[in-house]
Design a protein around this ligand. Structure first.
Ligand code: PHE
Length: 346
């Protein structure tokens, strides 16, 4: 009996060796390991054998069974691998091929700059808010002390929205500065408040190396009791130190904006010539980066705040120039040309 089992095993393994597809493998399995196979028959008949023989034959048969099952499994793995490769040739999937790399997205340099500037101000207790790009004349101009005939309107060539009220007015526009959010914020948030407002702004201007009809600004506003010009300067100096570096000199001078009193502008030492004067800074050694000032009492009043009790400061800066200064980019239009060779560098 043991002799027969041994022969059975050798035959089975020899046949298995010659098999080269899964179909043949299945009939091999049925023949040698199936319910009607010789091996199964031997195992079933064990009970009828005398005890001494039963032990030896049982152990032998189980050993052969384990060996055949093992070999079956190995063979199956080999054949499946072969099958995959073969079906790949017919247009199937070859899992051994390397994957297709796909490009990962990244943040636009302007977006990166907005995040960086907002981070600096949020760490000083400012909150980030956003507002509508299509705006009422009231919030963009009127509420900021820039009435219909005010010359300040000329400095912000406006794109008007084709919308007429019953009385024939065209009171909607694309905001010309993010300062348009000042009154909206004061109307909604009770002081003390500190916000920064990043976003797109629009002006009716032809494009050239330093102008585009759409660009970006960040405005800041702080309103509360006892806020002074010293708070404004301290906040902006700290911003300049963190954004442009410890050593960069900043300059603060008087300037005029209808919605602040007094008004100021801040400039940084030119990054190209280090203050000596060059083409970039128009030979002045300074580059103006923002306008600022103390919130005008009339603006506070319009928001229902008593200027005898509350005061505030405001500032606004263009964003697009920041990465231009930092990376020495000489044409603002590159940001909006969707040229990946340019954008991938950031
Ligand atoms: N809105 C002004 C501009 O676009 C900048 C500014 C904002 C100035 C806030 C003072 C206060 O130039």
């Amino acid at each position: 009996m043991l002799q027969e089992l041994e022969e059975l095993k050798l035959n089975a393994l020899r046949e298995l060796d010659a098999i080269n597809n899964l179909k043949e493998l299945e009939s091999w399995r049925v023949r040698y390991l199936g319910r009607k196979s010789e091996l199964t028959r031997v195992l079933r008949s064990l009970a009828t054998l005398p005890l001494a023989e039963r032990k030896a034959v049982g152990a032998g048969a189980n050993e052969v069974k384990a060996k055949l099952e093992d070999s079956l499994e190995q063979k199956e793995q080999v054949l499946r691998g072969v099958q995959l490769a073969a079906s790949a040739e017919e247009g199937g999937i070859d899992i051994t091929l390397p994957g297709h790399p796909f490009p990962t997205g990244r943040l636009h340099p302007i977006t990166q700059t907005i995040y960086e500037i907002c981070d600096i101000f949020t760490s000083m207790g400012f909150q980030v808010v956003e507002g509508p790009e299509v705006e009422w004349d009231y919030y963009n101009f009127e509420a900021l002390n820039i009435p219909e005939e005010h010359p300040a309107r000329d400095t912000m060539s406006t794109l008007w929205v084709d919308f007429e009220t019953d009385s024939g007015e065209r009171p909607m526009l694309l905001r010309t500065h993010t300062t348009s959010m000042q009154l909206r914020v004061m109307e909604k948030m009770p002081p003390p408040l500190r916000v920064v407002i990043p976003g797109r702004v629009y002006r009716y201007e032809a494009s050239d190396a330093t102008h585009t009809p759409m660009f970006h600004q960040i405005d800041g506003l702080a309103v509360g009791k006892g806020i002074t010009m010293a708070d404004l300067k301290g906040t902006l100096y700290e911003f300049a130190r963190r954004f442009f570096g410890e050593d960069r000199k900043v300059r603060f001078r008087c300037d005029y904006f209808p919605f602040v009193e007094p008004g100021a502008e801040m400039a940084i030492e030119c990054s190209v010539c280090g203050g000596k004067g060059c083409r970039l800074c128009g030979n002045t050694g300074w580059i103006e980066i923002l306008g600022a000032g103390m919130t005008h009492p009339q603006v506070l009043q319009r928001a229902g705040l008593d200027p005898e009790v509350y005061s505030g400061f405001a500032f606004g800066m263009g964003i697009d120039r920041m990465p231009m200064l930092r990376y020495g980019i000489d044409d603002i239009r590159l940001f909006y040309s969707s040229d990946l060779r340019f954008l991938r560098q950031f």
